[in-house]
Design a binder for this molecule. Structure first.
Ligand SMILES: *Cc1c(COP(=O)(O)O)cnc(C)c1O
Length: 368
């Protein structure tokens, strides 16, 4: 059996007949940038996330940047960033000219550790960015408590967390401002680049809209400095078609995760991801901790199962951040996980039969 890590084709096949006319409509109306398809999608996405404003942008990275820019983060400022995340979380800070200040993750949730955030706060700290890693909400109440105590905004990087819930409420509107990614492999994926910023704050939403489009509300009149971070009309159309399916796909991912839990229990060499009580996990990724990870990865690959690493190198050990002066041992939890994390295939179309096969291979590897 051959099982890809990600199967974008399966989803496309199920949508072909809806996608083609939606794209044709954009072409017929020559609404290539922003336009009605994007506005309609923004409305649907905001509603689904119980948040007042959604501003569609060109990518999740654009969203990370704009969220912090709108908060006034700039040169000389510091932004707290979890050390186990995709690099783009840190780009939000560096694109503003600010310095990322890394904080370790929790053992159970793999998310930003609220207990360690406080020690990283200095008078220069302008924001705390929590990532809902792998699709599970960070402990937002605990993080908000620290943020409020110091008068610092809490930002959500929800790139992996479409429809994730924290204590019964959707993420994206719990912190001061949030960003999402619609990179094709995310739970809600465009057919190109895409992202969004969400917030309940009217003034912040207006600022993000201005920065997204050359600092201008009225063509050729520029209130502020800006960027070109607009979403394409075709991406708006694709995302608009996909939006009504998202809740169903999320339930299928959650079902696949439960099948994994059943199939993988009683293997002493691996640790399954812990589902925290406060979060409804949307399983962007199903990440286990595995003994002899690299050998297991190769064994699975040899037996037709593709896997991924999220992430093999914690941010403080990335070459690009060598100048920040972090040393080995600075973040013991993330460092100890980096060599053990293994992401198993995960998508809505993954079948129980495939999951049983994957589990058999893992058992086969450790039982040799
Ligand atoms: C994917 C991702 C991003 C960046 O999104 P792009 O759309 O690829 O720019 C940012 N943060 C996290 C946590 C991500 O997983």
């Amino acid at each position: 059996m051959t099982i890809p890590f990600l199967d974008l084709k399966a989803q496309y096949q199920s949508l072909r007949n809806e996608i083609a006319p939606a794209i044709q409509n954009v072409l017929d109306n020559t609404a290539y940038i922003l336009g009605k398809s994007v506005t309609d999608f923004e409305k649907a996405f905001a509603e689904a996330h119980q948040v007042k404003h959604c501003i569609a942008v060109g990518s999740g990275t654009d969203g990370n940047h704009l969220a912090l820019l709108a908060l006034g983060v700039g040169h000389g400022d510091e932004v707290i960033i979890p050390v186990n995340t995709f690099i783009a979380t840190a780009w939000g800070a560096t694109l503003c000219g600010a310095t990322p200040v890394f904080v370790d993750c929790e053992k159970d949730s793999y998310n930003l550790d609220p207990a360690k955030v406080e020690a990283a706060i200095t008078p220069k700290t302008k924001a705390i960015v929590a990532v809902h890693l792998y699709g599970q909400a960070a402990d937002l109440d605990a993080l908000k408590k620290v943020a409020d105590k110091h008068g610092i905004p809490l930002v959500e990087d929800a790139a992996q967390a479409h429809l994730t819930e924290y204590k019964g409420k959707k993420v994206g509107g719990i912190g001061t401002i949030a960003s999402f990614s619609f990179y094709p492999g995310k739970n809600l994926g465009a057919y190109g680049e895409g992202g969004a910023v969400t917030t309940n704050d009217d003034a912040l939403a207006r600022t993000v809209r201005l920065f997204r489009d050359h600092g201008s509300e009225k063509k050729y009149h520029h209130e502020t400095y800006g960027h070109n971070y607009r979403m394409d009309g075709i991406q708006g159309a694709v995302l608009g078609v996909k939006m009504p399916h998202l809740a169903g796909w999320t339930e299928q991912r959650r079902r696949a995760a439960e099948s994994y839990r059943r199939a993988l229990k009683d293997i002493p060499n691996i640790v399954l991801p812990k589902a925290m009580e406060y979060s409804k996990h949307v399983y962007h990724l199903f990440v286990i901790l595995a003994e002899r990870r690299d050998e297991l990865m190769k064994y699975l690959n040899d037996h037709g199962v593709s896997t991924g690493l999220h992430y093999p190198v914690p941010l403080h050990q990335q070459q690009c951040f060598a100048g920040l002066g972090y040393t080995q041992g600075a973040f013991p939890v993330a460092e100890s996980f980096a060599g053990k994390l293994l992401s198993l295939p995960m998508y809505a179309e993954l079948t129980d039969e495939q999951i049983v096969y994957i589990a058999e291979q893992i058992k086969g590897f450790y039982g040799r």
